[in-house]
Write a protein that binds this ligand. Structure first.
Ligand code: ZN
Ligand code: ZN
Length: 384
């Protein structure tokens, strides 16, 4: 079957390589498949790690790949038999959907017995799979289309705008760690980090009933100010409070009964940030680690004095799965969370590599800090 229409996809040619925008034939759907016209795709720091990873670290990925996993789009066409989204809501051409990029097998021990599909042993994900210069193409968010061709694909109808729907995937990461955190009414919560995941976590901690939320940041004043807008009661900018002891004292002073935070959630990908969680958490409190999904090293740890004697719980939260997306949808639609304020830049497809480079170096783009840059296929010029 020859497709006549073509559309663009930006493909990363090799580990540490170049993003090349090419034209590929738009597929004709087989039964059960969905073609999504991408409206917006969040440009995410995770993509920098995949981009820069040495070849041996991305064993199993076949290049070129199409990155981009924070995807909002409109159903362009539906294959035979597709009448609902993956949770049974009726869908039709023209509806906005959010997609769960990861595809879990549903058969392995982790999918079926442990019920932690995010640790599926036969895991793959749109945004790195499959090899994108051959059929089916359109396998990631940095393009005009996403082609949901795998029978295990999971998508849900959106109840909100394109801008907000592009936050569905990061919000699902946050929902996952929030479920681990088990925040109770009246809790004091410290959120380490004010990047997109930290900011969403701050908003969710407040919605979950925390009475005091303290957000931290290293040096970026604009981001901790955004944390206040997301609901933080207090912020710590390490640049203003360089002493570790002072930061610890601040958290204790602001916490209920001055005993430290009930819950500390680390969204920063450094060892130091995780280590500092132990200064903030109260005895018998909880630390949830979500930031260190890339190896940032090790530190000395005393299991007696730091863990057992203090009765602390430490929980690692990795990626997300269907339940987290279903729970994330009403949150991204909730106007109490001013998600629009996180979008600092909208860029055309050709700019993805440049923007990833700017984020990597921690630089400004068009004289503004990047909080969340969105790739918008239908624009030809950057908007800040
Ligand atoms: Zn992401
Ligand atoms: Zn599985």
């Amino acid at each position: 079957m020859m497709a006549t229409k073509t559309a663009r996809a930006s493909l990363l040619d090799k580990p540490n390589g170049k993003f090349v925008v090419g034209q590929y034939p738009v597929p004709t759907l087989k039964s059960g498949e969905v073609l999504m016209k991408i409206e917006m795709c969040g440009i995410c720091g995770t993509d920098i790690h995949t981009w820069r990873a040495p070849a041996e670290a991305v064993f199993g990925l076949e290049y070129p790949i199409s990155l981009g996993h924070e995807i909002s789009g409109i159903i362009e066409s539906l294959g035979n038999g597709v009448t609902t989204d993956s949770v049974g809501t009726p869908v039709k051409v023209g509806d906005r959907i959010g997609v769960i990029p990861a595809i879990h097998c549903g058969k392995c021990y982790f999918c079926r017995i442990a019920k932690t599909p995010e640790k599926c042993t036969d895991w793959k994900t749109y945004g790195t799979w499959p090899k994108a210069d051959q059929q089916p193409h359109f396998t990631g968010g940095y393009g005009d289309y996403l082609y949901l061709h795998d029978p295990g694909s999971f998508f849900i109808k959106s109840t909100t705008t394109a801008e907000r729907t592009a936050f569905l995937e990061p919000m699902a990461v946050v929902v996952h760690s929030m479920l681990h955190a088990k925040i109770k009414l009246g809790d004091t919560v410290v959120v380490q980090g004010s990047g997109p995941i930290g900011l969403l976590t701050t908003a969710c901690a407040k919605l979950a009933g925390a009475s005091v939320v303290i957000a931290t940041g290293r040096s970026n004043r604009a981001r901790v100010e955004l944390a206040r807008e997301m609901g933080a009661d207090h912020v710590i900018l390490a640049a203003d409070m360089p002493s570790e002891e002072d930061r610890k004292r601040f958290v204790f002073e602001k916490s209920l009964n001055n005993v430290g935070a009930d819950v500390v959630i680390n969204t920063v990908g450094t060892c130091e940030a995780f280590k500092e969680c132990f200064n903030f958490v109260r005895h018998s409190g909880t630390i949830v680690e979500v930031g260190n999904f890339v190896d940032s090293g090790t530190f000395d740890f005393n299991p007696c004095t730091q863990l057992c004697e203090r009765g602390i719980k430490i929980i690692g939260s990795f990626d997300n799965e269907a339940e987290h997306f279903v729970r994330a949808m009403p949150l991204i639609a909730d106007k109490r969370i001013p998600l629009e304020k996180l979008i600092t830049h909208r860029v055309p497809l050709e700019d993805v590599e440049m923007v990833l480079g700017v984020i990597e170096k921690g630089q400004k783009l068009d004289n503004r800090e990047i909080v969340k840059a969105m790739m918008v296929p239908d624009i030809s010029e950057r908007k800040s």
